[in-house]
Design a protein around this ligand. Structure first.
Ligand SMILES: [Fe+2]
Length: 151
């Protein structure tokens, strides 16, 4: 099992990478340009796919040795909270796939669908931020118990 310090470092690095990718994606989805819609759509698809690929791996790592499995091993009383986070991972994966499929079908002559898609991306980011806040809360609870028992 990773130490609390190793886990904190991994979470911090991952968090920076997710923030960077989501920042670029949010910027791309912030507004629909009036010219070169085709180029903008290609860029948005690319940004979304980079974010999705990274976040999918990020969730898999969290569930494996990253943090959730070790937390469960050490603190089985947090099973309900960890299962809830795992369930949210599955839902986030489904939402990301649905948005990506829609992005792939989009063409520049569908302004309303583009608008809808951008809103769904922003909504997904809010969901992910909320999920991350809950996850960090549970991890900090586990870390504080770790610190409390190792003294
Ligand atoms: Fe997570």
């Amino acid at each position: 099992m990773r130490s609390a310090a190793e886990m904190a470092e991994w979470i911090q690095n991952e968090s920076k990478m997710v923030d960077e990718l989501s920042g670029r994606l949010c910027k791309a989805a912030a507004c629909i340009p009036t010219e070169n819609l085709s180029g903008w759509l290609d860029d948005l698809r690319g940004q979304f796919e980079r974010f999705r690929a990274h976040y999918q791996k990020h969730m898999a790592l969290e569930e494996g040795g990253g943090c959730l499995a070790p937390v469960l091993e050490q603190w089985p009383e947090l099973t309900g909270e960890v299962e809830h986070l795992r369930s949210e991972h599955r839902e986030i994966g489904v939402l990301m796939k649905a948005i990506y499929d829609e992005l792939c079908d989009l063409s520049p002559d569908q302004p309303l669908t583009m608008l809808d898609c951008c809103r769904r991306i922003r909504n997904l980011m809010e969901i992910i931020n909320h999920h991350t806040d809950r996850e960090n809360l549970i991890l900090s609870l586990a870390f504080s118990r770790d610190v409390g028992t190792s003294d």
